[in-house]
Design a protein around this ligand. Structure first.
Ligand code: SF4
Length: 637
């Protein structure tokens, strides 16, 4: 008997409308665990190489894990996986909230969508009462098409007659196939990265409404209760976690600026003179209304803000900006007005687009404008200068509606630059077409490797960052690093073989978390509430299966290889494992990181070390046949 898992995966063929339930074997769950490992398995099985990401051959999965819905902090997350319309490679994106737990309560471990519906539809999944099997039906969504998220959510709950229904959906951005469109739940939690909302839009799937009544059947209830209590009691004593609770993810903004690591004006500087205006402290003193949370999480790191910008209301319903959003719409664009950034955040939530790629793409367009690559003729009269908040908001409106220059920018900066020409490609700050997040590889050097090699492009939540592995890191962080094989801490700005180890071993750990759908604020190998030991204890307590830290790392390694394998099948390897030219050739300007850039030879040497440690072919950067067989992935080689 399975514990934790529901034992059922729903398959929906949107072309035919056929819905089936698969009951995978225990072996399947033990191998892939959940999240994007499971999603990529279905993608590799169903979608042929070379398929159009926005065509019916793409496979979109949303997967949970054994722990989803268990009454403990940091577990209510889901992973969306498909071929990405932004990169043409593997797409992978996590979101929290209450929707993931609700799907598990309805009796499912995940959803797999294939084909394309002939008309807009939404999926309604429920199970009536505890113990009942899930029931699913496709319903007409013509009346929801073109509605913003808050409106569509309200209508769905009203027509199904239950306020407790949870809704995951696309906004008009996904319908218009903005290549960085998000899948939203609660209208303010986003599967933001890699364009999973555009894939959903291409399938004419507007929403997934869920309501469940089961509770999770765990193997050792007492052990789970003890771990849940441990997480709550530790909270006041873990300074980074307390900061997260008090100030949200924006708690790090002032710190980033103080070390020269706050990307400013399209990544040309690491310091922003108006950083204080965007900080978590300033938010708490001004526009913060309350904290919000994900199902059963004691941390409550989500911000809810209320403000207005030049007469436009920013409503609490749409939550509030995270650190990344404050960075991309703020310092990246040279804008120090928190209300303007909060309005941009709300527009992204309403239209369903990724705040990181959207803000970073506008910053790219601003630099094009400053350098005369774009003019008011291109922008439709918008003076797209750095620091112009009205212009930023106007361009955002054009992007989400695909109007004028916005139609081009809706493809992300890398694809837009190819069309713009005139040197625009030199100003792109993206890897595998995905814009860099607000953690700078110049000052946290292992991120140079991680951003370059990550199969779905630059990502800040795929590994532990350098400060957790310095001589000055906390004893608990160094103890946890040692548990996963990292025993020689290094300075932040060094990139060497030990940093390649930091990148890879913590990627495996984060990769496990993306398989188990764990929140990387609550769990992790450094400053988080629960380290590798507690993660393994939780998995044992929920599933009843034996697990060691080495087993956990191996599951993470398997997922990473699966993702990489998808790219290899598309013919992509080492040549795309690189950084934007700017990071090598243009030293940062001003502040503590003035003059800092990444040396190409240092980067290439660390890349070779990384491939060697990963068991991948150095010349191609692809997993070797023997590595795949060792991981039980011989079927996919
Ligand atoms: S720490 Fe924040 S993001 Fe993570 S589960 Fe808790 S409330 Fe959600």
């Amino acid at each position: 008997m399975l514990h934790g898992f529901a034992g059922k995966i729903l398959h929906v063929n949107l072309t035919t409308g056929q819905i089936t339930v698969e009951e995978p074997s225990e072996e399947f769950y033990r191998t892939y665990w959940g999240g994007s490992a499971m999603g990529t398995y279905y993608l590799l099985k169903n979608t042929p190489p070379g398929a159009d990401p926005l065509g019916p051959e793409n496979t979109l999965s949303i997967m949970l894990s054994a722990t989803t819905g268990v009454a403990i902090s940091g577990q209510s997350r889901a992973t969306a996986t498909a071929k990405s319309p932004l990169s043409g490679l593997i797409g992978d994106s996590q979101a929290g909230g209450f929707w993931p737990a609700e799907l598990k309560f309805a009796g499912l471990d995940g959803l797999v969508f294939t084909g394309k519906s002939p008309r807009p539809v939404y999926l309604w999944v429920h199970n009536g009462e505890a113990g009942n099997p899930p029931v699913a039906e496709l319903r007409d969504a013509s009346h929801l098409w073109s509605k913003i998220t808050g409106e569509a959510e309200r209508i769905i709950k009203q027509e199904l007659g239950d306020e407790k229904i949870q809704v995951a959906q696309i906004g008009p951005g996904g319908e218009k196939l903005v290549r960085f469109a998000a899948i939203m739940n609660m209208s303010n939690r986003a599967h933001g990265r890699t364009g999973m909302g555009a894939v959903m839009g291409s399938k004419n799937l507007k929403a997934i409404a869920v309501r469940g009544h089961n509770r999770i059947n765990v193997a050792d209830k007492e052990a789970v209760t003890q771990l849940a209590r441990l997480a709550s009691t530790r909270l006041p004593d873990y300074p980074d976690m307390k900061g997260l609770q008090d100030l949200g993810t924006a708690s790090v903004l002032n710190y980033q600026n103080s070390v020269g690591g706050l990307p400013t004006r399209n990544y040309t500087s690491g310091v922003f003179e108006q950083a204080e205006n965007l900080s978590g402290e300033r938010m708490a003193d001004t526009i913060l209304k309350e904290n919000d949370t994900c199902y059963a999480c004691a941390v409550r790191c989500k911000r809810v803000v209320e403000t207005e910008y030049k007469g436009a209301q920013v409503e609490p319903f749409y939550g509030g900006p995270e650190y990344e959003t404050l960075g991309t719409f703020g310092s990246y664009c040279g804008i120090g007005d928190m209300s303007a950034v909060a309005l941009a955040n709300q527009m992204c939530d309403q239209y369903g687009v990724d705040t990181i790629t959207c803000g970073a793409t506008i910053a790219f367009a601003m630099e094009c404008f400053e350098k005369g690559v774009l003019t008011t003729q291109d922008t439709g009269g918008i003076e797209l200068h750095f620091g112009n908040a009205d212009a930023m908001l106007a361009m955002l409106g054009k992007i989400v509606r695909r109007e004028g220059l916005g139609d081009l920018l809706a493809n992300g900066s890398a694809l837009a630059a190819k069309k713009i020409g005139r040197g625009a490609e030199d100003l792109v700050v993206a890897v595998k077409n995905q814009e860099l997040p607000a953690h700078m590889p110049q000052v946290k050097r292992s991120l140079a490797l991680v951003y370059a090699v990550n199969p779905f492009g630059a990502d800040h939540q795929s590994s532990e960052h350098d400060p957790g592995y310095t001589a000055e890191a906390s004893p608990i962080s160094l103890e946890r690093m040692a548990q996963i094989g990292l025993t020689a801490p290094q300075p932040d700005r060094v990139l060497n073989r030990e940093k390649a180890k930091l990148a890879l071993y913590t990627e495996w750990n984060y990769s496990f978390m993306d398989s188990a759908d764990l929140c990387q604020f609550v769990y992790g190998p450094s400053w988080q509430l629960m380290g590798p030991v507690e993660m393994v204890e939780l998995m044992r307590a929920v599933t009843g299966w034996e697990m060691t830290i080495a087993d956990m790392q191996r599951i993470g390694e398997r997922r990473l290889n699966l993702l990489r394998l998808f790219n290899a099948r598309e013919g992509v390897g080492r040549e795309r494992d690189t950084l934007p030219r700017r990071l090598f050739d243009e030293p940062l300007k001003g502040g503590p990181s003035d003059g800092v850039s990444i040396a190409r030879d240092e980067f290439e040497a660390a890349l070779n070390d990384y491939y060697e440690l990963a068991g991948w072919d150095k010349a191609t950067g692809m997993p070797t046949k023997s590595k795949l067989e060792e991981l039980g992935l011989g079927w996919a080689a």
